[in-house]
Write a protein that binds this ligand. Structure first.
Ligand code: CUA
Length: 318
């Protein structure tokens, strides 16, 4: 519990929007809520009025008065629903408007983590990371959504609505962060055992810091420079880590699991579930099934010295 509380970070509130897309949804919600509240109060008032009114024998005039009241109420209901329709349509148009200057990011849902790619026409400039999406503040972002397996749903309540990731049918969602900060996102569509452990962070930074981050992520991994990290790299390359993971700059190039080239630069492990700290990483490597039962990563019972060297190596992948 303590770990969960300490780890929980990032704004996560659809009612305090951090950008225009979330603000549009929030505005729509407020309009619907206020209107519905007014209608509710009026209906209750009419009900109380009818209940307290002294009964009189039915006459032709009271009959026609009641008929008129029903017609007027029906007309108002239709009008309110029509206004809802128009306002809702307008919000939808605002959210889906084309954005030629947007930064494009590809996100692929996996059971149960997020692969994040910053595409480039030059393969050497392409960046792949996991569970952490860095974006520049004040610039529109279009996230293209793909899935490697089942249906997931991309949801960052403080920045935008939800959008499903549907097999064979790439989608997209557009948003923008108006101020720097960390926003928490999660999978919002049941996608198997560990659906509840499929979170991610959106880290909005000023443009220059974002560019620095992107440049650092483009670089291949640093070569190990100490005896411990050299040994750790050997452990990594000789164990089954390489069957699933990539570390650019080494022979490890598998794409089954997250790219680890700059693992140490990330805030969390296991899709936002545990902090990226040495002890947690050790526990995750030795027995991921304890933390996330059903995840594809198998247990790795390494000798203690190998594990420590591996942790040194992974910590050097900044
Ligand atoms: Cu992915 Cu729920």
């Amino acid at each position: 519990m303590i770990a969960a509380a300490a780890l929980w970070q990032g704004a996560h509130d659809a009612l305090s929007p951090g950008g225009p897309a979330a603000a549009a949804v929030d505005g729509l919600w407020r309009f619907l809520w206020i209107t519905a509240t007014i209608v509710y109060v009026l209906v209750l008032a009419a009900f109380i009025f009818a209940a307290l009114k002294r009964r009189r024998p039915t006459t032709d005039s009271s009959e026609s008065g009641a008929r008129l009241a029903v017609i007027v109420a029906t007309g108002i209901t239709v009008l309110v629903l029509f206004v809802f329709l128009v306002v809702d349509f307008g919000t939808g148009r605002k959210l889906s408007a084309a954005e030629p200057n947007a930064l494009i990011i590809d996100v692929t849902g996996h059971q149960w983590w997020w692969e994040v790619t910053y595409p480039s026409t030059k393969p050497s400039l392409q960046v792949t990371t996991a569970n952490e999406i860095h974006i520049p503040v004040g610039r529109p972002v279009v996230v293209r959504l793909h899935t490697a397996d089942v249906i997931h749903s991309f949801w960052v309540p403080s920045l935008a609505g939800k959008r499903d990731l549907i097999p064979g049918y790439p989608g997209r969602i557009r948003f923008q962060a108006d101020s720097a900060g960390v926003y928490r996102g999660m999978c919002a569509e049941f996608c198997g055992h560990q659906h509840a452990k499929m979170d991610f962070l959106i880290i909005a930074q000023p443009m220059d810091r974002f560019q620095d981050w992107l440049a650092a992520q483009r670089a291949p991994a640093d070569s190990p420079s100490t005896p411990a990290t050299r040994r750790g790299e050997r452990v990594f390359l000789q164990s089954r880590c390489v069957m699933c993971h990539t570390v650019r700059g080494t022979p490890a190039g598998s794409r089954v699991g997250p790219d680890l080239t700059h693992l140490a630069s990330r805030e969390t492990l296991a899709a936002g579930i545990i902090p990226n700290r040495r002890g947690w990483l050790a526990g995750w490597i030795m027995n991921p099934q304890r933390i996330k039962p059903g995840a594809l990563m198998p247990p790795n019972q390494l000798p203690a010295a190998d594990l420590q060297a591996l942790l040194d190596y992974l910590a050097s992948l900044r």
